[in-house]
Design a protein around this ligand. Sequence first.
Ligand SMILES: Cc1cc2nc3c(=O)[nH]c(=O)nc-3n(C[C@H](O)[C@H](O)[C@H](O)COP(=O)(O)O)c2cc1C
Length: 200
Amino acid sequence: MKKILHVISTLNGQNSYSLALGNKILDQLKNEYPESEVVERNLVVEDFPHISEDKWQAIITPEENRTDAQKEAIAIQEEVIQELFDADILVIGAPLYNFGIPSQLKAWIGHLAKTGTTFKYTEEGPQGLVTGKKVYIAMSSGGVYSENPAYDFVSDYLIKVFGFLGMTDVELIRVEGIAIPELRDGALDKAEKQLAESLA
Ligand SMILES: Cc1cc2nc3c(=O)[nH]c(=O)nc-3n(C[C@H](O)[C@H](O)[C@H](O)COP(=O)(O)O)c2cc1C
């Protein structure tokens, strides 16, 4: 039995390519691990919060000194960190918007990066504390960046962030060329082929 965390961050609802690709990855995983349990976190639908000044002050206040309001402010951070540790496999939907990741996905990552909990600094440098996970990134983009990532600040960023937190087993699958009519129709099939190769 595997616990799978599916993170969605598209603005395109059910018409989303990153969601379609994420669902294809989930289908493969459910085939491989029929008893698996999927937890879905749709960051756009739930309007996932940014780290406000109040929240940051709550985070840096020692636990025993936190007010009730501060405890409430950071409850969501504890929740998403727990979800991350509970998962064996992560499927991250990552649309490319304005050269980068959606701000909601950035906010989620901001809540996960907690010194002493998900990473720590040692004399040898930073050490990720979230280990033993497999991460699939379902990346979608209007342009084609697999061969030249000139305007793709998603793939390298996400691979580095997950790696920093200890998740070094990362597979990034691309559904790309969505803004190019001649490529759009075959884009998902191409991504599925990349997925099949990565699972082979
Ligand atoms: C607000 C917005 C900004 C976008 N910016 C870019 C961009 O900078 N580069 C790019 O290649 N495609 C860009 N696109 C196209 C998306 O990457 C493409 O539509 C992709 O399918 C989005 O993923 P989704 O279908 O899961 O939402 C943008 C789309 C939107 C809606």
